[in-house]
Write a protein that binds this ligand. Structure first.
Ligand code: HEC
Length: 232
């Protein structure tokens, strides 16, 4: 008897707790500041700046940290210019080569083949046609042209600019040029000596990326800048 009484009390207590709940209304907030930020929401509308937004647009010409605009246009002239002028700013070290090898196998080998002879799995199975060998005489690829096609893509080959960082693209570039040398039967290129790397990082050797670039970004500062941001 007592038990039934206890159960009934529990029932009523529980029922009264949930019966008034309305699923359509937000529940009580005990500490609203934890849910509704007192700070401004990113890009929310507030009367802080002239245009009524919380954040201002970056100043014109701003570039992301660790990223430099690529000045060669996606045109035939742009490619020819990159082919002739653009040089790999990374030293040819074992580390860069090994990383380039890894990335190459991830992104390129499936079509171009591990040796760069154009006989990757997809090419062999005829899933993609017209994959050239890197020593194709008619194409005569260079460090600059390889970067250019990775950056923009070329016909049925897509762009890799969003998949890899600038440095990673240049590591793959070193590796591709190594494959080309091997296909041409040239001896392996020696890795860059430590003293030279030191000079490169101290900016004593000009590793100008933009020399001869087609001016893609007109504006008050249309003077080409080199990798260190110094004017010529
Ligand atoms: C989906 C298959 C595919 C993948 C993956 C691929 N390529 Fe290609 N690549 C091609 C084809 C096809 C061509 C020939 C395009 C043309 O000229 O019509 C080509 C052409 C090239 C050329 C010669 C361009 C020239 O100047 O004529 C280079 C260099 C090259 N690829 C490098 C790379 C590198 C480096 C990667 C990896 C980051 C890569 N490719 C990934 C299919 C691919």
């Amino acid at each position: 008897m007592k038990n039934i009484f206890k159960i009934a009390v529990l029932f009523i207590a529980f029922g009264s707790m949930i019966s008034c709940q309305d699923d359509n209304k937000p529940n009580y907030q005990y500490m609203p500041n934890m849910y509704e930020s007192v700070g401004y929401e990113t890009y929310g509308k507030y009367e802080v700046f002239p245009e009524g937004y919380e954040a201002l647009k970056p100043a014109e010409g701003s570039v992301m940290r660790g990223w430099l605009p690529y000045d060669y246009e996606n045109t035939i002239e742009g490619k020819a210019s990159a082919k002739a002028n653009l040089k790999n700013p990374l030293p040819y070290t074992e580390e860069n080569y090994v990383k380039g090898n890894e990335l190459y196998n991830i992104y390129c080998g499936i079509c171009h083949g591990v040796k760069g002879d154009g006989k990757g799995t997809l090419a062999k199975r005829e899933k993609i046609l017209g994959v050239p060998a890197y020593n194709d005489a008619g194409r005569a690829i260079t460090e600059g042209s390889v970067y250019h096609v990775m950056y923009y893509g070329i016909n049925s080959m897509g762009s890799y600019a969003s998949q890899m960082t600038e440095d990673e693209l240049w590591m793959v570039d070193h590796y591709v040029m190594g494959l080309k040398d091997a296909l041409d039967g040239k001896p392996e290129r020696a890795f860059t000596a430590a003293e030279i790397i030191e000079e490169m990082t101290e900016g004593k050797i000009d590793t100008d990326l933009n020399e001869g670039a087609v001016d893609a970004i007109p504006g008050p500062e249309s003077e080409p800048m080199n990798a260190a941001g110094n004017e010529h």
